[in-house]
Write a protein that binds this ligand. Structure first.
Ligand SMILES: Cc1cc2nc3c(=O)[nH]c(=O)nc-3n(C[C@H](O)[C@H](O)[C@H](O)COP(=O)(O)OP(=O)(O)OC[C@H]3O[C@@H](n4cnc5c(N)ncnc54)[C@H](O)[C@@H]3O)c2cc1C
Length: 406
């Protein structure tokens, strides 16, 4: 068996832990609301299984959380507890299959993470030991190896860093659009700007959805509406409690290669795409002050003017230059504010609404890491009217306990 076939087989097996899933949704009419990476993955897998799919977005593909994502594909120590880690781990494996199918540009170079304090580093050593026990290719590396792995990076006082070798990074906008193009080639309809405004039910079952462009007959509706806080209440008669937080993502113009891997350093994380652009995110989140709070009140995806955007970008670039000095020569290309779709307990919400069983939720943070597995499992449930046990922890009807994860 060649390597390509083996990767596909492993990816398929990791979906359920029990072999390939057979999805036949021939004739099932599904509307997917939201053309971010989650909606796009679900639409792609639905179209592949023969469903009649219409994907709609009130603005356009990858215009919200997906467009403002750091886009690190990972199952690192922060994915807790183990069932959630395992789900993410399967998804990382499934990215390889999707990469082959759609000819995606994914940079699989792993990630390096380190901290300033000895106490936090000692904790990281424990966390990486747990990762190894959970089957991750992760290990601690010393300063000699760090200098070889990343010659342009200054690691300060750090004597050790965690190297998670399975991790990768994508351009989330390009990837989402590729999934949509593939879905369209298999018959899916894509409509935007097109807003979901209502659902019509008969005896509790979905009949059609109303959009800003008219009505669509549908057997199922998927809510992949990200951080849109009211969507659950409005369309599924069930409110998903969210703690949606903002993050600023800065993208530079293309530069000669400075960094090879995803770098998670004290204060900032960054990676450099194959096109040479460096993507930078802040570790601590956006600054806490009144002016900033006012600007964020209406949850914008951009700063109100270029001057303010550039002030933030310069601040983030300066903090990155403390460990990648040559980044200070970068030209800023884009500054975005992304709003994380973040259910209160930090875990995905996947599954049908109890009140409206034909309306299926797919709302989550870490959606870039999770998109392949969520696409496959959600479509299996939608197509075969089955219940996948490994999704039990993520059902909308669970008790949401507030946990601060991101
Ligand atoms: C700053 C930041 C950094 C991140 N970093 C990472 C990372 O490194 N790794 C990772 O795995 N994840 C990361 N994430 C999380 C990840 O980006 C998200 O989980 C993922 O993009 C969610 O995708 P989505 O399709 O669910 O949501 P979105 O991309 O937000 O898409 C939802 C879409 O629904 C549409 N919509 C909403 N309401 C309606 C309606 N009524 N009718 C029609 N359309 C509607 C919106 O227009 C939007 O396009 C990050 C997120 C942020 C903000």
């Amino acid at each position: 068996m060649d390597r390509r076939t083996l990767i596909k087989l492993l990816a398929a097996m990791s979906v359920s832990g029990c072999g390939t899933l057979n999805n036949t949704a021939k004739g099932l009419r599904v509307v997917v609301a939201g053309a971010g990476i989650i909606g796009a993955s679900i639409a792609y897998h639905l179209a592949k299984s023969g469903a009649k799919v219409t994907i709609i977005d009130k603005q356009g593909p990858a215009t919200h959380a997906t467009g403002g994502s750091f886009a690190w594909i990972n199952a690192t120590w922060a994915k807790q507890p183990q069932h959630y880690h395992a789900l993410t781990q399967s998804s990382v494996a499934n990215w390889h299959g999707l990469q082959q199918d759609l000819n995606l540009d994914i940079r699989w170079q792993g990630s390096l993470e380190w901290y300033d304090s000895d106490k936090r580093t000692a904790k990281l050593v424990e966390q990486i030991a747990e990762q190894q026990a959970w089957g991750e290719r992760a290990r601690m590396v010393d300063t000699n190896e760090l200098a070889e792995l990343e010659p342009e990076v200054e690691f300060g006082n750090a004597k050790l860093a965690a190297f998670s070798e399975n991790d990768g990074a994508i351009d989330p906008v390009v990837t989402t659009k590729k999934m949509l193009t593939a879905a369209r080639a298999m018959g899916a309809k894509i409509q935007y700007p097109c807003e979901l405004v209502d659902v019509s039910l008969k005896s509790g079952r979905l009949v059609e959805v109303t959009t800003s462009l008219g009505t669509i007959k549908a057997d199922r509706l998927v809510l992949a509406t990200g951080a849109e806080l009211d969507a659950g209440k409005q369309f599924a008669d069930f409110n998903i409690p969210q703690r949606s937080t903002p993050g600023i993502i800065v993208t530079t113009a293309p530069m000669p290669r400075l960094i090879n891997r995803i770098i998670s350093a004290p204060g900032a994380h960054l990676h450099q795409r194959n096109d040479g652009r460096i993507v930078i995110g802040e570790q601590a989140g956006v600054p806490q002050n009144e002016a900033h709070a006012q600007r964020l009140k209406n949850r914008p995806n951009r700063h109100p003017d270029k001057k303010i955007a550039m002030q933030h970008a310069s601040r983030i670039l300066d903090s990155s230059a403390t460990f990648v000095p040559r980044i200070s020569a970068a030209t800023i290309d884009d500054v975005r504010i992304g709003w994380r779709p973040l259910p209160l307990d930090g875990h995905p919400v996947i599954g049908p609404s109890r009140a409206r069983p034909d309306v299926y939720f797919a709302i989550m943070h870490s959606g870039v890491s999770l998109a392949p597995i969520v696409g496959q499992l959600a479509v299996h449930e939608l197509a075969n009217a089955t219940v996948i046990k490994r999704l039990d922890e993520y059902r909308p009807g669970r008790e949401f306990v507030r946990i601060k994860r991101y």
